[in-house]
Design a protein around this ligand. Structure first.
Ligand code: SF4
Ligand code: FES
Length: 251
């Protein structure tokens, strides 16, 4: 990294439950270079200025999904957002919107993980398969149906972007609905009927009002709004199929 020659102001919305009843802004003057991310700016604050600032990170390369925060009011990965693009500052960072703040920039992931567990985010085989039968094979066309949605890194930026989730925290929400579609659209999966219950529920896909900001902020190009639209089609089909006569019944 080159020698820092400039200073940028980073304002952090602090919340330490043992000393603040509401979050408060705190400003830091941070020396920076052209190649520094917002995450590196925060790490400089923590290492050199104020060790009490709390935030999450791990991979530093937009893979783990743990460094999400609001940067100048936009849900962003702090490792993927560069200070040079935010000049002249100040840069305002705060915890992801719509999620319970635990401390400073750290939100609780528990509500999201519960939703994720509920949709059974794994392949439920259609039938028992022995080792001797070998691996499941898929055509490129079958893979294309779900591949994009399997890029989700569970960063929750789409939840911070979603006004409906802001109004109703029980809404299943864009990221989890995208993953639900990822498994339902997989030719190897047989769990669709189990997941449709969640999709059709009050907090399911019909709570979405198609704002589309979730897809704009997604750092991996998952396009959860597209997944939600496909889920709406599947939910509507599921509803109408109930009225079709079953095999052997008079039409
Ligand atoms: S859909 Fe995109 S924004 Fe939402 S959790 Fe997954 S990677 Fe993050
Ligand atoms: S630190 Fe892993 S996504 Fe930013």
């Amino acid at each position: 990294m080159a020698e820092p020659s400039k200073i940028i102001e980073i304002q952090v919305l602090r919340y330490r439950p043992e000393q603040e009843s509401v979050p408060v802004w705190q400003s830091y003057q941070v020396p920076f270079t052209e190649d520094m991310s917002v995450l590196q700016g925060l790490q400089h604050i923590k290492d050199e200025i104020d060790g009490t600032v709390s935030f999450r990170w791990s991979c530093r390369m937009a893979i783990c999904g743990s460094c999400g925060m609001m940067i100048n009011s936009k849900p962003s990965l702090s490792c993927q957002t560069f200070l040079r693009d935010l000049l002249p500052g100040p840069v305002r960072v705060e915890a992801l919107a719509h999620l319970p703040i635990e401390r400073d920039l750290i939100v609780s992931v528990e509500p999201f993980v519960k939703k994720l567990e509920s949709i059974k985010p794994y392949i439920i085989p259609k039938e028992e398969r022995t080792l001797a039968q070998g691996e499941y094979l898929q055509t490129p066309a079958q893979l294309e149906k779900f591949e994009q949605f399997s890029s989700c890194i569970n960063c929750m930026l789409c939840y911070a972007a979603c006004p409906q989730f802001g109004l109703n925290p029980d809404f299943t929400g864009p990221g989890v609905l995208a993953l639900l579609h990822r498994y339902n659209a997989d030719s190897r999966d047989g769990g669709r009927a189990q997941r449709m219950e969640i999709l059709n529920a009050e907090e399911g896909v019909w709570s979405c009002t198609a704002v589309g900001y979730c897809s704009e902020v997604c750092p991996k190009g998952v396009d959860p709004a597209n997944a939600v639209n496909q889920n709406k089609v599947n939910s509507a089909l599921d509803y109408f199929i109930r009225f079709l006569p079953k095999k052997g019944e008079p039409a």
